[in-house]
Design a protein around this ligand. Structure first.
Ligand SMILES: *Cc1c(COP(=O)(O)O)cnc(C)c1O
Length: 222
């Protein structure tokens, strides 16, 4: 019970501290449906998971008006399981996966919202498109190549470091690209920032943040 009351408190503190134009995606990966329900009952509707398997286990146990965001690397063969219900796929990191999302969206007679995930961190381990690939993909999209998806924004993860300057620099790279691409056709969502750096992200212009451990508590590593 102690854990539950902390979750509610954490959520309310963070949610009320965000500027009104900033969307909160609560990242519930590794946490049980009971914890998710706690935050749902306080009004939260947008949740993020990074693994398809975990998402499809939780999805039927939770209210149907939750808007699920997939925020982790996605394999083409897993997509069919989430295509019927996923609200937004934030982690599009290749043309191959975008083509498959387009195909599965059509199969399900729906349009799926996506963000292009751009590699901005120094670390090699982070998935994401290079800047140039991102521009090319967006141009192909504007030319009609993926008619069953809507590219609504960009997502990025900064290097995991206490160095605020470096994080700021990386976020600003994506902010700039967001501005450039928006001149061709306006993008809505700039998804930057996690528990450790969301305040910096908002200073850098993020209008969507993905917060897990600061609300639900620490995870076993994943
Ligand atoms: C896990 C995860 C988050 C949330 O991380 P926290 O540090 O727990 O807030 C955000 N974005 C992505 C892509 C993640 O995988």
């Amino acid at each position: 019970m102690q854990e539950f009351s902390n979750i509610a408190e954490n959520y309310q503190l963070i949610n009320s501290s965000l500027p009104s134009n900033v969307q909160l995606v609560t990242v519930s990966k590794t946490h049980p449906v009971e914890s998710i329900k706690k935050v749902y009952d306080l009004g939260q509707r947008v949740f993020g998971e990074n693994r398809v398997q975990e998402l499809i286990e939780k999805h039927p146990k939770l209210p149907s008006d939750i808007q699920w965001h997939l925020i982790g690397h996605l394999q083409t063969n897993k997509l069919k399981y989430i295509a019927p219900f996923i609200d937004t796929i934030q982690s599009v990191d290749s043309e191959k996966i975008l083509l498959e999302i387009d195909r599965q969206a059509k199969n399900n007679e729906r349009n799926i919202k996506v963000l292009l995930q751009v590699k901005i961190a120094e670390e090699d381990t982070k998935y994401g498109l290079e800047i140039n690939e991102t521009k090319e993909l967006y141009l192909e999209y504007l030319n009609g190549k993926f008619p069953n998806v809507s590219i609504v924004g960009l997502m990025g993860m900064a290097t995991f470091t206490d160095n605020k300057q470096q994080v700021t620099k990386e976020f600003n790279v994506l902010k700039q690209l967001f501005g450039q691409l928006s001149q061709k056709q306006k993008l809505e969502t700039l998804s930057l920032g996690m528990s450790g750096d969301y305040e910096i992200a908002i200073e850098c212009g993020a209008n969507s943040v993905r917060i897990g451990s600061a609300i639900f508590g620490a995870r076993d590593s994943q």
